[in-house]
Design a protein around this ligand. Structure first.
Ligand SMILES: [Ca+2]
Length: 182
């Protein structure tokens, strides 16, 4: 049996011969690449603290991951590694940014079963769709305190970041303190 035929036969059994074999020059992109949210301070004398319990507020943001080859063609079956700042598995303080995988495909976060950035979570890996070269995750941004962090995606030697920020604004009629709260 020739080498070529052996390769074809093994492909039949493995079904995804190109998975994990990225050509040099694969490129990853995150959309949106930036998201900033204002949180209102009603009493400037009480700096906000991060609330991660049921009293906290949050926003869920879908982020599209796209992988292309050197000619810009969508690349399917590419493995993407995802990390976030201030998550349970990357930070010792309150996990104000959480990554969720919509594993049941209903288009929204199911917090009890879809968290992939918890304190015990391994680094999250996802695979791009074989036809359009994309994948999607949700980030849950806690809105109770200010921070600036990012979601980072790695594919081979390519890195993309989505900047995620919550900043303070002061309610009308309040006097902004002289020092910056952040
Ligand atoms: Ca879901």
């Amino acid at each position: 049996m020739s080498v070529a035929i052996k390769y074809l036969v093994s492909c039949v059994y493995l079904s995804a011969c190109n998975s994990g074999q990225l050509p040099v020059g694969a490129s990853v992109k995150l959309s949106p690449s930036e998201h900033k949210v204002a949180t209102v301070v009603n009493n400037p004398n009480e700096p906000p603290v991060c609330l991660t319990d049921e009293n906290g507020s949050y926003q869920d943001l879908p982020i599209l991951i796209s992988v292309t080859d050197t000619s810009g063609t969508p690349m399917g079956n590419a493995e993407v590694l995802l990390y976030s700042d201030y998550s349970g598995n990357t930070f010792t303080g309150p996990d104000v940014i959480q990554i969720f995988a919509d594993t049941n495909g209903n288009g929204v976060v199911d917090a009890d079963t879809e968290l992939v950035s918890g304190i015990d979570s391994d680094a999250y890996k996802t695979i791009t769709d074989q036809y359009n070269g994309t994948a999607m995750v949700f980030v849950r941004m806690n809105l109770t305190c200010p921070y600036s962090g990012s979601l980072k995606a790695f594919v081979g030697s390519s890195v993309a970041q989505a900047q995620l920020e919550v900043f303070l604004t002061y309610a009308v009629g309040t006097v902004e303190p002289a020092g910056k709260l952040q």
